[in-house]
Design a protein around this ligand. Structure first.
Ligand code: G16
Length: 543
């Protein structure tokens, strides 16, 4: 079949953010919009021609149309083999695994993560490179530049492939293979965790509840937790992926997964409650009457990794993004391994994972993962917790309690100021940047400021340099205030204020987080003047 060259004109707004290109569905529905961006990727990643490509998404509205579009473009750009998840469904970590397993030259994932879906919701496209990680900054920059001058894209016309039935078909010379998107991922999890031990623990009557929030992880959780591990069917709820996520906001946190939180804090709760986000890379962990913050979850998994077969005797280091709580740093110190501090964005972990410098990593934004794949992995974190519970015989409260009495506790919260006018958000950042150099040595109730700067990062593997990655005000080991602008929002600008306060093992370890952080929040307002400069009396979201 002939390859058609379709004439097009550049769109000015195709600069990828923290995690791919995220826009309103209506933006992606404009003629040529998706084609332009994807062709720009093909133009920058020439090795895709003749190679294997992985394709899938979180099942949100517009996923199916986008998949057919990419199939036509893949054929037009002479990709040899496209692997597509059945129904167009592949979670982000499972897609990363498929890229690695099939030695694909890359993959396109359609997701806007936890952002709401539907005709008025968000859509997104992410390109992952060979090896399974997100495209690094230098590549996304080149793709963006290409998108600004693109004049044509290449397609092979085709009425569409049936993506609901497994099997193979062809568009032009390109082989399209529709596969079960869950099977290989389930096998990977079986290799890492002690499934027999977890199954025996579940059989002994320990109850769990996993909320897939009507997003991509439903089929994964059903297969792994129910079919393979024997949890009762009602342990997995909201398991059918819906195009609008059931009208919900599939962000696993205390606000958007409230029904699950109510169960965990209600009468006779299950031993472990957990949820994932739209595309399956985030997770939230709750025990009976306890929420484990993402930074604590990372630290506790790091401290207990040796009971998990896939990690015993092979943890070389840890990594966390700069705004993430420093709880894991203390575990690293105790184990005598390094903990790397990277900018926000999972892509910054990939070199460390590839080089064997970090084995387990995580972020405050409910992401945890390891070197088993190159994306954060929601169900992986749930299985890691299950493995630890089954192996130690302790419950979540007891794991947290003994962790805090060994290491102390990092009280932590993130305050989001969403949908701000760009100029207001910019003004807050600029004003703070101006006063930063004068802050060191200033005394507050939280202690003396020992460091105040704009975070920059030199990648220890490839030497690449990233600047302007967030403003931080450090009070030695006892507290930190961090401010940065989100790179994933689709409406206006979002400022994220991160608050962290350390309490040593002999301090008060069981305070409500908002109370423990209230004095620091007052100091943060005094220094950053967010309320004053934006007119917002309080954050829109606290997680
Ligand atoms: C993405 C990135 C994460 C980042 C998060 C929030 O996650 O992969 O590394 O922490 O966005 O980023 P920001 O603070 O810039 O909004 P996801 O789950 O949205 O793909």
């Amino acid at each position: 079949m002939a390859v058609l060259q379709i004439a097009t004109q550049p769109f000015a707004d195709q600069r990828p953010g923290t995690s791919g290109l995220r826009k309103k569905v209506k933006v992606f529905q404009q003629p040529h919009y998706l084609e332009n961006f994807v062709q720009s990727v093909f133009d920058c990643v020439e090795e895709l021609a003749g190679a294997t490509l992985v394709l899938g998404g979180d099942g949100r509205y517009h996923n199916r149309e986008a998949i057919q579009t990419i199939l036509r473009l893949a054929a037009g750009n002479r990709v040899a083999h496209v692997i597509v998840g059945q129904g167009g469904i592949v979670s982000t970590p499972a897609a990363s695994n498929l890229i690695r397993l099939h030695e694909a030259a890359g993959g396109f994932l359609f997701t806007a993560s936890h952002n709401p879906a539907g005709p008025d919701g968000d859509f997104g496209v992410k390109f992952n490179i060979a090896g399974g990680g997100q495209a690094p900054e230098n590549l996304t920059q080149r793709i963006y530049e290409q998108s600004r001058s693109i004049q044509r894209y290449r397609v092979v016309e085709h009425p569409g492939i049936d993506i609901d039935r497994r099997g193979a078909a062809k568009i032009g010379d390109t082989m399209i293979e529709v596969i079960d998107g869950v099977a290989d991922y389930a096998k990977l999890m079986e290799r890492l965790f002690n499934f027999d031990r977890i199954a025996a623990w579940l059989k002994a009557g320990h109850l769990i509840r996993y909320d897939a929030l009507h997003a991509v992880t439903g089929p994964y959780a059903r297969r792994i937790l129910v079919d393979l591990l024997g949890a009762p069917g009602d342990a997995v709820v909201n398991a059918i992926p819906l195009e609008d996520f059931g009208g919900g906001h599939p962000d696993p946190n205390l606000v958007y997964a409230k029904p699950l939180v109510d169960i965990a804090f209600g009468k006779d709760p299950p031993e472990l409650c957990a949820a994932s986000d739209g595309d399956g890379d985030r997770n939230m962990i709750l025990g009976r009457h306890i929420f484990i913050s993402p930074g604590d979850s990372l630290a506790m998994l790091a401290a207990n990794h040796s009971v998990i077969p896939g990690y015993k005797n092979r943890v070389h280091g840890f990594a966390r993004s700069m705004p993430t709580s420093r709880a894991v740093d203390q575990v690293a110190d105790k184990l005598g391994v390094k903990c790397y501090e990277t900018p926000t964005g999972w892509k910054f972990f990939c070199n460390l994972l590839d080089a064997g410098k970090a084995t387990i990593c995580g972020e405050e934004s409910f992401g945890t993962g390891s070197d088993h794949t190159r994306e954060k992995d929601g169900l992986w974190a749930v299985l890691a917790w299950l493995n630890i519970l089954a192996e130690t015989g302790k419950d979540v409260q007891a794991i947290a309690g003994s962790h805090w009495s060994d290491f102390g506790r990092h009280y932590y919260a993130r305050h989001d100021y969403e949908a701000l006018p760009g100029a207001d958000a910019g003004a807050v950042m600029k004003e703070l940047e101006l006063v930063l150099p004068r802050l060191v040595g200033k005394q507050f109730d939280a202690g003396t400021i020992t460091q105040s700067d704009s975070f920059s990062y030199d990648d220890p593997v490839d030497g690449s340099h990233a600047e302007g990655q967030g403003l931080r005000i450090v009070f030695g080991r006892s507290a930190r205030i961090v401010l940065r602008q989100s790179g994933t929002g689709t409406s206006g600008a979002t400022l994220r204020l991160y608050l962290e306060r350390y309490e040593s093992p002999d301090g008060i370890l069981d305070q409500p987080v908002n109370i423990a952080l209230s004095p620091l929040a007052t100091i943060a307002e005094k220094i950053t003047r967010i309320g004053e400069l934006t007119g917002r009396k309080s954050p829109t979201l606290v997680t």
